[in-house]
Write a new protein. Structure first.
Length: 82
């Protein structure tokens, strides 16, 4: 069992959701760890959390449904995720 933590950010101007982060992990703790690390570098998200404008939803997924890096097959210098 793996998890996705969907963290929606609400726009304070019109109260609509306009952005979502998704954190993946093999456990909820893994997801929380990724979230914590991202919060440290994402000023925008940190402000939204501090202002209570985020809404977190958990989704259980199969391990094989975690996004996997498939390597750079097409020589464009970008690692493909699928
Ligand atoms: Zn961010």
């Amino acid at each position: 069992m793996a998890w996705e933590l969907h963290s929606y950010i609400v726009n304070p101007d019109d109260q609509r959701i306009y952005l979502k982060h998704v954190f993946y992990g093999h456990s909820k703790d893994d997801c929380q760890q990724v979230k914590t690390e991202h919060l440290a570098s994402c000023e925008y998200y940190r402000a939204a959390e501090a202002e209570g404008r985020t809404d977190d939803k958990w989704e259980a997924i199969n391990d094989e449904d975690l996004p996997a890096v498939e390597g750079d097959d097409d020589d464009d210098g970008v690692i493909d995720v699928g």
